[in-house]
Design a binder for this molecule. Structure first.
Ligand code: ADP
Ligand code: ADP
Length: 229
């Protein structure tokens, strides 16, 4: 599961200014697709529509053939995990932050959820290692470490579809590349949509979609796009 389609999707925040002007996308289940393009192109808007922060004003979005407007909000939010650019963490342990959202989780459940994410490869690389940091309070984490925790928090819910909305864009390119490499190593079988502004960090995506002024300007593999430009 996790086959996403956009069929002639239009969207406007204000009736007199269309932001998405007829988007067609077919993202096979399990594929990793990157959406790149200049600021203001509509990349975040695309992500917000999938999560139904807003509804399309024309066309439709389907997941596994079902219009997302016909899916309950809780089922939709169970299918899609979103990692935003700026994550706010609780001044608590890594374990608590990862299990956040699991209401009533016991400390043991929190530890095991965090361990699951660590096995997935996400926080092993934190300084001093996962085992010693998971229960520690008052953490001083760098931007990259925070985003690792944010991604782990989303992966713990095991959503079939993962959207990274510029989740690593604010980081230096080395840290960004490290995190993308971890993702590539673990994200087999999960539909992953990476919104990015640097083409260089999405080299391994199955397909890259270039969005410009609310339209798909081109799409292809990294190599195909380089050949064209
Ligand atoms: P990107 O992610 O590619 O930078 P966005 O999807 O954030 O682009 O924004 C696309 C356009 O929609 C921009 O012109 C932006 O100013 C506008 N926009 C974004 N959010 C809102 C909003 N809540 N209300 C009105 N306009 C918005
Ligand atoms: P991003 O591209 O990362 O989404 P933006 O700067 O476009 O960041 O948007 C930041 C916030 O401001 C978002 O919540 C967005 O919905 C809102 N926003 C952006 N542009 C507008 C706009 N023209 N009018 C109203 N809200 C906007």
């Amino acid at each position: 599961s996790g086959h996403v389609r956009f069929e002639d999707v239009h969207f406007a925040y204000d009736p007199d200014r269309e932001i998405l002007k007829g988007i067609d996308l077919d993202i096979p289940a399990g594929a990793t697709v990157a959406v790149v393009g200049p600021s203001g192109a509509g990349k975040s808007t695309l992500a917000r529509l999938m999560y139904r922060f807003y509804d399309v004003t024309g066309g439709r979005i389907t997941i596994d053939g079902q219009d997302i407007r016909d899916v309950t909000q809780s089922s939709l939010r169970g299918s899609i995990g979103i990692v935003p650019q700026d994550t706010v963490l609780f001044n608590d342990t890594i374990g608590y932050n990862i299990a956040y959202g699991r209401e009533g989780a016991t400390p043991d459940e929190i530890a095991s959820a965090a361990r699951g994410a660590a096995i997935a490869g996400f926080i092993q690389s934190l300084p001093d290692g996962f085992e010693t940091r998971v229960g520690e309070r008052g953490l001083k984490l760098s931007g990259g470490e925070k985003q690792r925790v944010a991604i782990a928090r989303t992966l713990v819910k095991n959503p079939p579809i993962l959207i990274l909305d510029e989740a690593t864009s604010a980081l230096d390119s080395r840290t960004e590349a490290d995190i993308q490499a971890t993702l590539e190593a673990i994200e087999h079988g999960r539909t992953t949509i990476v919104i990015a502004h640097r083409l260089s960090t999405v080299v391994h995506a199955d397909r890259i979609i270039v969005l410009e002024s609310g339209r798909v300007a081109e799409q292809g593999t990294h190599a195909q796009l380089l050949r064209k430009n």
